[in-house]
Write a protein that binds this ligand. Structure first.
Ligand code: ADP
Ligand code: 5GP
Length: 212
């Protein structure tokens, strides 16, 4: 991403929350987005789900047991958590705080239940919903991914129909039809939010323009 503007930002990172029905292409989009946008980092979630083929511990998720999850939960370690498709998922307070403390923006890939919890705590977070082009395409993508059982695919398609109408609670909606197009739109959202006045370092402005 070419940030030619020399404006200096303050150190307050922002949370970018992405949700989409499973199979829409959220993971694919997030992977490319993280390569394209400097200073944007994903907070790796904890889950009790079993790893899919090719998934790597602490990169895709931190895979833990139900007992470990419940221990973290009772210790207040999650900023949000949810049960999705029979497994627990949670976002660690510490992981988010570490990214924000390093001056980065945080990318979170969470479901609608988690979104509701974050909305109540982070009023300046940016909520983005990704739609598939159609139910037919969603089914093709779930099947094409080849990582979910037939039972899981049917469950995910059923849940997708309920999730889609939740998009009204988000700030932005993107349709992931052509990958590059959706990626461009995602990048634009981050660029425009980084240029918001509440992200600018006013001390720097005063010094830079010699205003005293
Ligand atoms: P999610 O994380 O939302 O569950 P994935 O990123 O795993 O979805 O994508 C599901 C499947 O769809 C993958 O096989 C991926 O390669 C494919 N896919 C993602 N985005 C697109 C796109 N824009 N066009 C075609 N296929 C896509
Ligand atoms: P999957 O198992 O297919 O990777 O993810 C299933 C669903 O769980 C997706 O909708 C994903 O956004 C959601 N999810 C992943 N991590 C978290 C998390 O930490 N919290 C919540 N609430 N949802 C999550």
């Amino acid at each position: 991403m070419n940030e030619s503007c020399m404006l200096q930002r303050n150190n307050k990172g922002r949370l970018y929350i992405l949700s989409a029905p499973s199979g829409t292409g959220k993971t694919t989009l997030c992977t490319s987005l993280l390569e394209l946008v400097p200073n944007l980092k994903e907070s790796v979630s904890f889950t009790t789900r079993k790893p899919r083929v090719g998934e790597i511990q602490d990169m895709d998720y931190t895979f833990i047991s139900v007992e470990e999850f419940k221990l973290m939960l009772s210790g207040g370690q999650f900023i949000e958590w949810a049960e999705v498709f029979g497994n627990y998922y949670g976002t660690s307070f510490k992981r988010i705080e570490d990214i924000l403390a390093s001056g980065g923006d945080v990318l979170l890939d969470i479901d609608i239940q988690g979104v509701r919890q974050i909305k109540a705590k982070h009023t300046d977070a940016v909520f983005i919903f990704i739609l598939p082009p159609s139910m037919e395409t969603l089914e093709q993508r779930l099947r094409g991914r080849g990582k979910d059982s037939e039972e899981d695919i049917i469950k995910r398609l059923h849940v997708a129909k309920k999730e889609i109408m939740e998009c009204v609670f988000y700030d932005y909606i993107i349709v992931n039809d052509l990958l590059d197009h959706a990626l461009n739109q995602l990048q634009s959202i981050i660029i425009s939010n980084r240029l918001r006045t509440d992200g600018i370092d006013y001390q720097w402005l005063e010094n830079h323009f010699d205003i005293h």
